[in-house]
Design a protein around this ligand. Structure first.
Ligand SMILES: [Zn+2]
Length: 285
């Protein structure tokens, strides 16, 4: 066990790799090792780390070993993998956030959705272009508040989904925000089902999804479709809170027109800014 300034590292020596699972609750991590019998009778905490309140382990069955970590604050993210005969669990600590200027010093990756793919509006506005215009505006707003911002694409060339999430992980992003505008599959009437929605997948991204939904609703005043949980590539990263926003609807003529209009685009970007700021403020300690 090893406390780094930004993460807590737990190293478990194993004779051979075994299947594992991670269960995450707000302030508790459980690492389940299947087919593992441990003779743990001592455990090294390493230098004292206020982020870690307690460690417990139990041999639940002869072939199931569980290690529990109790944390002093919600984990920002985590990473787990094998390395030279050991299983390494890294739990990411919350960054030091200034409640007065919560965006200062943050590293944020913005992902303008598409290409490939993407919706096309009734007057042929391409979603990929609208998402990119929003990302450029939001980048400027965030930088003005002291954040470091990277985009997963800055032009119309296609970028794969996996490349986007790997990029965010390599940059050690503290937040990954994928920006989209919605469409519906054939057969669903968009005039009855349009509005604003935000998607998350892992529990550590839920608060961020809620804050962004509130920010978007307040800024644009579209219908509230609520947040949703979906296994989307851009919502699945575990090293940082990651969400995907569907701010407006490409298929609704006045919303498509809005996505061409600088005033509406600025409001949309402002709603995302507000959501990010609010989430970070809530996590300042
Ligand atoms: Zn999209």
């Amino acid at each position: 066990m090893n406390g780094q300034p930004e993460r807590l590292e737990v190293r478990i020596s194993l004779g051979h790799p075994v299947p594992y699972a991670v269960e995450v609750e707000e302030r508790r991590f459980s690492l389940l090792l299947y087919g593992a019998y441990s003779d743990t009778n001592w455990l090294r905490y390493g230098p004292e780390d206020p982020f870690l309140s307690a460690v417990r382990w139990e041999q639940v069955a002869s072939d199931l070993y569980v290690l529990h970590l109790d944390l002093a604050a919600p984990a920002w993210g985590y990473r787990v993998g094998f390395e030279r005969g050991a299983l390494i669990l890294e739990v990411r600590k919350p960054p030091a956030i200034d409640p007065q200027r919560p965006l200062r010093g943050r590293t944020i990756v913005l992902d303008p959705g598409h290409p490939p793919g993407g919706a096309i509006g009734p007057t042929r506005l391409y979603e990929g272009d609208a998402n990119l215009a929003l990302a450029f505006r939001l980048k400027r707003l965030l930088e003005r508040e002291g954040a470091t911002v990277y985009l997963t694409r800055a032009d119309r060339r296609p970028v794969g989904l996996y490349e986007r999430t790997v990029r965010a992980e390599l940059l050690d992003a503290e937040i990954l925000l994928s920006i989209h505008n919605n469409a519906l599959p054939d057969g669903v009437n968009p005039f009855e089902n349009h509005g604003t929605s935000v998607y998350y997948f892992h529990p550590h991204s839920l608060d961020l999804a809620r804050s962004l939904q509130r920010g978007l609703l307040a800024a644009m005043g579209l219908r509230d479709l609520g947040i949703g949980r979906a296994s989307l590539a851009l919502a699945r990263p575990i090293w940082m809170p990651a969400v995907l926003t569907e701010g407006a609807f490409m298929m609704i003529p006045d919303q498509e027109a809005g996505l061409r209009n600088p005033v509406f685009l600025e409001a949309h970007a402002g709603g995302l800014l507000e959501g990010l700021r609010d989430f970070l403020k809530g996590r300042a300690q």
